[in-house]
Every structure is written in structure tokens, then in C-alpha cells.
Design a protein around this ligand. Structure first.
Ligand code: MRU
Length: 352
């Protein structure tokens, strides 16, 4: 299966509408910034690395028709677009990283013409896309070394093709292990409330010929107790300097369960998900989403009484001491994380 989650095509952002899966594989074309904002908010495009690409392309949408008389006016327009995009979802580091990359290109080329600046920003956004294809495969190469033939792996949410450009992080590790001839079974937590596990991960794993079984989130403990899980691999939305990791709500419970059952718990994420400005997980902003996601089943059927209070945080933070290793595109990082993250990624992050 060869699909691309998000790309620049015919002067528009083309991406898969992930709210339509698994029923329909449908693409959307967008050339207006507010349409992109809505699409991000509604999770039509989602997953940290895909959001990085969307954000940079969004900056281009925001400035492509700007008629600035000088660089200062141009950068003001760019910052306005970037602030707007930044307000869509707060947790994934990659989204902000995508915005920063676009801005940095503009700053570095402030002496160039308006037309050239615009072209360079689009070029940078497309570079992010090209890099993600490579980085996910690199990450998968490192990660697959941790996977044994006949492993049964538990995952949550979707950290696959649909969360990146075309390969995935946590699921990329599984794809690579399969390409190497390892027999892998996967249990996918359905991932309430929006079911990224059953709708998206199960869809792409099945298409790639992986033996996948969907479970409700509250079945994970029992499976572990029965010895049915050898490894857990999850993606990440933001990783603090000490290794604390924000990912889809429910990831923390899997980490606690893994510790209790002595099962390796891995996080897979590219360098662009790390945030050196955040020292620990308690400073990672956690998105709280619309209560209807919980009180209704996919906005279709009410499953909680009208007017009842609902709490809907989209992410939780797994403390670094529960993480067996962090698989990145620069190698596998082990504890102690603060030192080893700096050693492995310091140079990459400083260059930003
Ligand atoms: O709310 P979502 O669907 O954007 O949440 C996504 C996740 O939690 C993923 O695990 C994370 O972004 C990593 S994607 C490679």
C-alpha cells in the first residue's frame, strides 16, 4: 500500500481526511488557512509529524498572497499566520517546530525579494515532508532491532503512516520488522474517545498485511496478565528534556501496566518531537477537547446523559522512568534520559 498522508499538490495542501476512515479513503484539497485550521482542530489531519508538515504548509498558505512592501511587513504577516495555526492544537511539539522552520527560512533570507521568500517557505515545507519520509525509515531501522520474531506488540492511538507522511514511527518499527521477515502480531487499543487505534491503526496495519487485533482500551491489563503481550510501542506528541513523554491519553496507563507486568515499554518519535525548552512533563501543555467527543460516539449517538459533566484531556504524560527506551531517527536512547537525549540529539536541536 502506497499512500501519502499530506503533500503539496496543484497549488493546494492535499491530505487524507482521517475522520472518514475506515469507511472511505478520501482526500481533501485546501488552499485557505482557516480551512486548514479547522481540519487540524477536527483531526482531519493529525499525528505529530503530519502536523509539523501541515503547519509549515499552513504558513505558506498564510503568506502566499501577501503584498508586503518590505521584509518587516512580510514577517508580521507570517507571524500572524503562525500564531493562528499555533492556536489550533497545543500539545504536539512538531506543529510548533514546523512553524519555527518556516519562520527561520524567512529570517535567513530577509534580503531576498518577496517572491523568493514565498518560494523558499514552500520549499522548506516540502523539505519537512521529504525529511519525514527518511527519518521515519531511519527510526524504524533502529527500532526493529528491538523486535524479535513472533513478538506480539501492543500499541495505542495511531503513530503510523497516517500520523506521518508515509511510514510511521511506532508502526514504522513494526513495518520494518515485518520487511525483515519477522512474524509480528499487533494488538491495537481502540483509543477512546475518537478511536484512532481501531479506525486508523487497524486500517493501515491490515492494509500492510500485519496480523492486527483491536481491543477496547480497558482490555490491555488482562492481556498482559495472560502473557499475551511482549512489547508496547507508542508514539509521542512532545518529549521533555528529561524524557517525560506526552502522548495520546491512555499511554500512561499502558506504561504503568507494562512496569507491573515486566514488559518493555518503548516510545518512538523523531527528533522534531523533542522540546528542550520544556524540562519535564509537568510543563507540557495538554489539550482539552470538546465534551461531545466523550458524551457521544463519534458525534452520532449520545452515550452519556445530557448535561452531565465531562472531562476530555487528549493526552497524558508518561514519566521517563517508565520508558524502557526512546526510539528516534538518530538512534535508540536509553536511561539516564536527560544526559542521553542531549548527547544523541543535542547537535540536531541546537542547529534549529
Ligand atoms: O490526537 P491525535 O490523534 O493527533 O494524537 C496523536 C498521537 O497521540 C500520536 O501517538 C502522536 O502524535 C505520535 S504520531 C507519530
Amino acid at each position: 500500500m502506497k499512500i501519502t498522508t499530506i503533500e503539496w499538490k496543484n497549488n493546494k495542501i492535499k491530505f487524507i481526511d482521517q475522520t472518514k476512515l475506515p469507511q472511505k479513503l478520501e482526500y481533501i484539497y485546501i488552499d485557505k488557512l482557516n480551512d486548514l485550521w479547522q481540519a487540524i482542530k477536527m483531526l482531519k489531519v493529525r499525528g505529530a509529524p503530519a502536523l509539523g508538515a501541515a503547519a509549515a504548509l499552513g504558513v505558506y498558505l498564510g503568506i502566499k498572497d501577501v503584498k508586503a512592501k518590505d521584509f518587516n511587513a512580510f514577517i508580521r504577516a507570517l507571524d500572524k499566520a503562525a500564531r493562528y495555526i499555533a492556536g489550533s492544537r497545543p500539545t504536539a511539539r512538531n506543529l510548533f517546530w514546523g512553524l519555527e522552520r518556516a519562520r527561520r527560512v524567512a529570517q535567513k533570507n530577509k534580503d531576498k525579494s518577496l517572491l523568493t521568500l514565498k518560494k523558499l517557505i514552500l520549499k522548506e515545507a516540502r523539505k519537512i515532508i521529504a525529511e519525514d519520509r527518511l527519518n521515519c525509515r531511519r527510526l524504524a531501522g533502529y527500532g526493529s532491532k528491538l523486535i524479535r520474531d513472533k513478538d506480539t506488540i501492543l500499541t495505542i492511538c495511531n503513530a503510523g503512516i497516517l500520523a506521518t507522511i508515509d511510514y510511521g514511527t511506532a508502526l514504522g518499527v513494526i513495518y520494518r520488522a515485518k520487511e525483515e521477515g519477522k512474524g509480528i502480531k499487533v494488538f491495537a487499543c481502540e483509543t477512546r474517545p475518537l478511536l484512532q487505534g481501531s479506525r486508523l491503526s487497524a486500517w493501515e496495519l491490515k492494509k500492510r498485511g500485519i496480523d492486527v487485533t483491536v481491543i477496547c482500551d480497558n482490555m490491555a491489563a488482562s492481556l498482559m496478565q495472560q502473557g499475551k503481550i511482549n512489547k508496547v510501542i507508542a508514539g509521542a506528541d512532545r518529549i521533555a528534556a528529561n524524557g517525560d513523554t506526552a502522548n495520546k491519553i491512555g499511554t500512561y496507563s499502558l506504561a504503568v501496566l507494562s512496569k507491573y507486568h515486566n514488559i518493555p515499554f518503548y516510545i518512538a518519535a523523531p527528533a522534531s518531537t523533542f522540546d528542550f525548552n520544556v524540562q519535564s512533563g509537568k510543563d507540557i501543555p495538554i489539550e482539552e477537547r470538546n465534551s461531545r467527543e466523550v458524551s457521544e460516539l463519534l458525534f452520532r449517538k449520545r452515550v452519556a446523559p445530557a448535561g452531565v459533566k465531562v472531562f476530555n484531556p487528549a493526552f497524558d504524560v508518561t514519566p521517563h522512568n517508565l520508558i524502557s527506551a526512546i526510539i528516534t531517527d538518530k538512534g535508540v536512547i536509553l536511561q539516564p534520559y536527560r544526559e542521553n537525549i542531549k548527547r544523541t540529539l543535542g547537535q540536531v536541536l541546537r542547529k534549529r
